[in-house]
Ligand binder design. Sequence first.
Ligand SMILES: C[S@@+](CC[C@H](N)C(=O)[O-])C[C@H]1O[C@@H](n2cnc3c(N)ncnc32)[C@H](O)[C@@H]1O
Length: 176
Amino acid sequence: MEQKRFRNVVYPPSEDSFLIESCIDCHVGERVLDMGTGSGILAKKAASLGGKVTAVDINPEAVAAAKAIGIEAIQSDLFENVSGMFNLIIFNPPYLPENPSDMESMQWASGATNATIRRFLSGAKEHLLPKGRILILVSSLTDFEKLPELKAYGKKKVAGEKLFFEKLDVWELKVI
Ligand SMILES: C[S@@+](CC[C@H](N)C(=O)[O-])C[C@H]1O[C@@H](n2cnc3c(N)ncnc32)[C@H](O)[C@@H]1O
């Protein structure tokens, strides 16, 4: 019922969502931040494993969708309204290298220079507890490994899947 109400303005769970969802491995009591929560699918998985989850989205409809399934959620442009530190930060970002023009296109467009992903990488390290991790989904359409902000992190690929016109990978990042 709730899915139906929000479906036109909130990113529907898709192949990318399912791939990163399969990598979520938090433990009971760990603090988890789900950045860009959309429908809340990743927040829900982390909560089902016992994580203490906070969901964030810039889109108020996504915040409402996450709250509707019982997830604590706040509206924020990335970390702007986020306080606190986390064991795990999850992000299935908007990753197509196009400039977003409205709230709907912000679901998939990261800016011609991957601005959203780069701002995320700059901000995330300030919100990681010691030994904290990031799980981020990356498309082969993004020049992810060349981003200068990545130099602050050690990285390990934890999953990958080939789709029609791109390859999707999930990376685990830790502050060096
Ligand atoms: C590809 S969707 C992923 C949604 C969901 N996590 C999933 O896996 O199905 C990207 C999400 O990031 C959100 N988003 C885009 N730019 C953002 C920003 N600057 N700050 C917070 N959320 C943002 C979008 O509104 C959208 O819900």
